[in-house]
Design a binder for this molecule. Structure first.
Ligand code: SF4
Length: 297
């Protein structure tokens, strides 16, 4: 069910993405703003930026061909051990393990590894064990089987009675299947409360672009301040908007204010209301931008 829901979300993005950037050369040549805009709504924008950089690296270093060698793939921006393994295994049918969170869970249980799988050394050990288990003729079939087993049977609450590995699984034999894998506890969610200023003048709205290196780099937002900070005179309040990103939950309290003229404001730019939605926005600010556009039309 979860996979179907994910597919329903991702497939339209994928189709749109392929229309905008039909090949690696198109993606490499596109401005980063267009790439971020196409990614809008998926979150984790560093992935879009990395993909864009990797496309440029592939064009510049490998003449537009995705390399089939591990050490070359590892040079590409944003490609970690799982992605490199998955490309080699599923893309080039090489003997390579693709160890994602599902596979870490399956193998840490199968071998009853009572060490923290968040540690790189433990992860590497599991990758080596995964590689040893791959079929000699069709290693990609085993690699896919591990991923599927983790996604469907050896889940957080494992269904060991349906598992094809139940005869050899050490965690099951020792009753540790629910206790493993051991990993770092998740980081606590930080709540951010922000006053957002929607300032309108001469059919334009004031926005600013996230600085390079920040979580919201290349995404546009309305000027905001931490709730409680001293801010210029506020206008009429709009309903609160919430959005979640990485480990943060933002609570946005928008206020509409108007100015007679488009005075220059350092770090900000005036954008025509009708062009607002052509810009890439972070998801909470995009909800506000839609309301702005509805008001302007
Ligand atoms: S027997 Fe249970 S714990 Fe072991 S791999 Fe299968 S589902 Fe996971």
């Amino acid at each position: 069910m979860l996979q179907q829901t994910r597919a329903a979300v991702v497939v339209p993005y994928f189709e749109r993405w392929m229309t905008l950037f039909p090949d690696i050369f198109g993606l490499a040549a596109a401005p980063v703003e267009a790439v971020i805009k196409a990614w809008e709504g998926l979150g984790y924008y560093s992935r879009a930026r990395n993909l864009h950089i990797a496309a440029r690296q592939i064009v510049e270093r490998f003449k537009g061909e995705l390399p089939a060698a591990k050490e070359k793939l590892e040079q590409l921006k944003g490609l970690g051990p799982y992605t490199v393994g998955a490309i080699l295994s599923f893309g080039f049918h090489q003997r390579a393990a693709a160890v994602d969170g599902n596979v870490l869970r399956v193998l840490s249980r199968y071998f009853a590894i009572e060490e923290n799988v968040s540690k790189i050394a433990v992860r590497k050990k599991i990758e080596e064990k995964a590689e040893e288990l791959l079929d000699s003729k069709e290693p990609w079939v085993t690699a896919e089987a591990f991923i599927e087993l983790g996604a469907t049977v050896c889940t957080m609450r494992p269904r060991c009675e349906d598992c094809p590995l139940q005869g050899e699984c050490l965690a099951l034999q020792t009753g540790k299947q629910e206790y493993l894998p051991i990993k770092d506890s998740p980081m606590a969610v930080t709540h951010l409360h922000r006053i957002v200023l929607v300032i309108v003048a001469e059919e334009h709205v004031l926005v600013r672009k996230g600085a390079v290196g920040k979580v919201m780099a290349d995404l546009y937002e309305f000027p905001y301040y931490a709730k409680g900070a001293k801010v210029p005179q506020l206008g009429s309040p709009w309903p609160k908007v919430e959005h979640t990103f990485t480990r943060f939950k933002a609570h946005l309290y928008p206020y509409l204010a108007s100015m007679e003229r488009r005075w220059p404001i350092p770090g900000c730019e005036w954008v025509r209301c009708s062009e607002l939605l052509h810009l890439p926005f972070s998801s909470g600010h995009r909800k506000i931008a839609r309301t702005v556009c509805e008001l302007c039309t």
